[in-house]
Ligand binder design. Sequence first.
Ligand SMILES: Cc1ncc(COP(=O)(O)O)c(C=O)c1O
Length: 400
Amino acid sequence: MSITAEVIKKDQQYSVPVAGRPDFVLARGEGVTVYDADDKAYTDWVAGIAVNALGYGDKEVMEAVGKQMNTGLIHVSGLYHTQAMVELAELLCTISFADKVYFCNSGAEANEGALKFARKLAYVNEKPNKTKMVSFTEAFHGRTMGALAITPKDKYQTPFKPMVPGAVVGEFNNIESAKQVIDADTVAVIVEPIQGEGGINVATAEFLQALRQLCDEHEAVLIFDEIQCGLGRTGELWAHSFAGVSPDIMTLAKPLAGGLPIGAILTTDEVAGAMSPGDHGSTFSGGAVVMCAAEVVVKRVLSPGFLAHVKDVGDYLLERLSEINSPHIKDVRGRGLIAGIELDVAPAGIVQAGYEQGLLLVSSGTNVIRFVPPLIVEKSHVDELIDKLTLILEGIDAGD
Ligand SMILES: Cc1ncc(COP(=O)(O)O)c(C=O)c1O
């Protein structure tokens, strides 16, 4: 039996069936390319779902991880100080609105923590009625119970009801709707400056500004979920920067540690001041190996020319996607290297055809193909993508 057949058979036998995986097995990666067990190459427009910002096999990330591993301190828990953790916290505060950082292990966990921070602030301020958590249509904030409650999609929520109480939904990019749902009982408002899972929907500057104003007016904590769109993906360091407003909390995860599991809650002294020892924590929080990898990623994103490259290739991607002459493309949208094409056909067939053509693609929302490649992708990769996508879209009409 081939390695591929054996792995797929074992996956079916032993894995909880929450993922529909294609019929190849990934074996190695280099740059923006991954290779399967038969050494077929795929140019990666998914990056482990917007994670592998520096691509595969980045030498500096691997060296930093190896160096920390060699100290023997793979894990010590949050009970003890490590240099790696405080240095990453300092770096993130230096380059953002934040005064304080809490590290965790995933995006959902970061959003869970952010909701707890907001509730604790209301608690210490003796505002017991402040419990409403506002999120927006098409949002995705994670799949744990608190994060799921603020991810207003029936498909994700229905089998797991009842949801954590207090979640209220406004319409994304609709300021009037936001005014209706945000009031004195609102403890937190959470929004993605660009919705990733929901179909690459870009928040307007006016919408983010209005949320800032409404949160100030009603003393609610404003949370920007930059788990998918943040840390350079838009060509700016933070996806909200263009709006000229800062949140009270920003959550990060996916790309932060070069592919190792991480989440981070960046916040102000005011919010952090409400938290006391024992209020929150996690065994693996702030692990030194992960922190060292993250320091490399953040410093690389900040290095001269890196963000300009993302913007340049991102602009080129949007331009070339817009040029594809296919009746099936209804919209092209995004910013930098978080882009999407809205289709009038189900994306699953396109993703499958992509595999055959040596492309990793992923859908988002109901009818969008999203492009969230490693940030080191080049214009030549965009050209390859456009050629292959054009062929795939032509194939739909030919009944292929
Ligand atoms: C915007 C956003 N928030 C939260 C999450 C949840 O992150 P994780 O899968 O690491 O729990 C995701 C994951 O796709 C996301 O895109």
